[in-house]
Design a protein around this ligand. Structure first.
Ligand code: NAD
Length: 483
């Protein structure tokens, strides 16, 4: 390992920031460990005020030229980034898996191809984005989409490159420059993406990466007065800090936050499908904002549902996420495992019963939490109301559609909801009453980038996807011309 280069899964990763088209070190570093086995992967540059200032300056300096670059050229460069992602797909997949512990097979086959798609999609959408004209007594109103300026993007660790590129691609397509601050628990693929953008020919200063802790680099970036947009994906408490900083500078901010989504299983559902949907909620060791962690099952079928669920969950293989046969890998960090276990211990101490799981998988070491289902939970209990962000589901039953909707909506969140029912009319009725940014009927996790994505209540502010992304990253201008 030469200084500033870490070798992760055989791939060389630069551990410095990427600012103004150059690698920049910091006087201090922080340690990045793999959740797979706790091995130290890298010492990462620990950014703060100075690096945030430098990146904001470079992003501001690059903005006028990038904003004036013809759409076709911006789109060409974004497609070149997509090509670069595809060329380095295996590198990105193994580095991401080493860094955040999610399954290698899903990084290879699902996530990284979608990362490339994110760039292509927003390049295409940019070229389709038309101005709108309205007529007022012979005057023309022409509404145009204009870049807003430097954008700060702050992202979490559970799907690092996927979530970052949902923001980076539309922000750049719209003609903005970007400073990305990835999560400190999964900083590595952002650095590889910086290499890919440079190789693709994205001009210096258009895309920047500042590494570091949220309270240092993150906080300095979101408070910077030169920033024109802040887009954040992460937890509710952090969002409140960032909202305060955004308010101080009157900067538009978008928030994609946590969830406590329900899976409603009605007696008329295809029960095998419902069980598959329920077991799928353990994906990524439960570290999915959209996960339907509250199973709400109609009483008349609950016994059979639990029987089939338990049988299916028993087939899940927990282990090293690099193994093809593994279904559930580790959780991200010892602190996260403690937090998950704390929720489960307190629930068990107040009357819940572990139908399956209920603690860490000690055979595998500290970070692997057993897929857990808790029954006997009260609606107002912490385990039902708060986001656990681990492989922990709760089971409740209902007798009527009315009760199902009431339970489903009774948390501070409103990110998503999933319904299993064989009755289309019921699906429509229930869907219209659910508080959720996305509702899946007899399916889960199907995401079309043209559709809006986001949450209600504490699950977020604003929507990403298609035109909604451009709406956020652009300053709209209406030009009124006399006849
Ligand atoms: P987090 O809020 O702790 O951290 C997210 C990011 O914010 C990190 O990069 C962190 O360094 C940064 N940060 C922390 N404090 C900051 C500050 N004061 N100023 C600026 N930046 C700061 O969240 P996490 O634990 O990394 O992620 C898990 C959360 O993300 C869960 O709640 C999950 O539901 C949510 N999430 C939401 C979505 C969605 O699309 N709605 C997707 C994935 C994850």
């Amino acid at each position: 390992m030469t200084q500033h280069i870490a070798t992760v899964g055989g791939v060389a990763v630069d551990t410095r920031h990427w600012i103004g088209g150059e690698r920049v070190a910091s006087p201090t570093t922080f340690t990045d460990e793999s959740p797979i086995d706790g091995r130290v992967l890298a010492e990462i540059a620990r950014g703060g005020q100075a690096e945030a200032q430098a990146a904001a300056d470079k992003a501001a300096a690059a903005f006028p030229v990038w904003a004036a670059t013809p759409r076709a050229e911006r789109a060409r460069l974004l497609r070149a980034v997509a090509d670069g992602v595809e060329k380095r797909l295996d590198d990105l997949a193994i580095v991401e898996t080493s860094d955040n512990g999610a399954l290698l097979r899903s990084h290879r086959r699902g996530v990284m191809p979608r990362v490339a798609h994110n760039f292509r999609f927003f390049a295409d959408w940019l070229l389709e984005l038309a101005h709108e004209d309205f007529d007022t007594r012979g005057h023309t109103n022409r509404v145009s989409w204009n870049p807003a300026g430097p954008c700060v993007l702050i992202t979490p660790w559970n799907a690092p490159l996927m979530l970052a590129t949902w923001k980076i691609a539309p922000a750049l397509a719209a003609g903005n420059t970007v400073v990305l601050k990835p999560a400190e628990w999964s900083p590595l693929t952002a650095s590889l993406l910086a290499d890919i953008t440079a190789e693709a020919g994205v001009p210096a200063g258009v895309f920047n990466v500042v590494q570091g802790y949220g309270a240092e680099a993150g906080s300095a970036l979101v408070s910077h007065p030169g920033v024109r947009r802040i887009s954040f994906t992460g937890s509710v408490p952090t969002a409140k800090h960032i909202a305060g900083a955004a308010a101080a500078n009157l900067v538009p901010a978008s928030f994609e936050l946590g969830g406590k989504s329900p899976l409603l299983v009605f007696a008329d559902a295809d029960l095998d499908l419902a069980v598959d949907l329920a077991v799928e909620q353990y994906d990524n060791a439960g570290q999915v904002c959209l996960a339907a962690t509250r199973l709400l099952v109609e009483s008349s079928i609950s016994e059979e549902f639990v029987r089939r669920f338990t049988a299916k969950a028993a087939t899940l293989r927990q282990g090293d996420p690099r193994d093809e046969a593994t279904d559930i890998g580790p959780n991200i960090h010892a602190r996260q495992v403690d937090k998950i276990d704390g929720f489960v211990r307190r629930a068990l101490a107040t009357g819940a019963r572990a139908v399956i799981g209920g603690g860490p998988n000690t055979d595998l070491g500290g970070l692997y939490y057993r897929p857990t289902l808790l029954s006997g939970v009260a609606q107002d209990s912490e385990i039902v109301q708060e986001e656990v962000f681990g492989p922990v589901l709760t089971l409740q039953t209902f007798d009527t559609e009315e009760e199902a909707v009431r339970l489903a909506n009774d948390t501070p969140f409103g990110l998503a909801a999933t319904l299993a029912t064989g009755d289309r009319a019921r699906a429509e009725r229930v869907t219209s009453r659910l508080v959720a940014g996305t509702v899946w009927v007899n399916c889960f996790f199907v995401r079309d980038l043209r559709a809006p994505f986001g949450g209600s209540r504490q699950s977020g502010v604003g929507r990403e996807g298609g035109t909604w992304s451009f709406d956020f990253y652009c300053d709209l201008k209406n030009t009124v011309t006399a006849p």
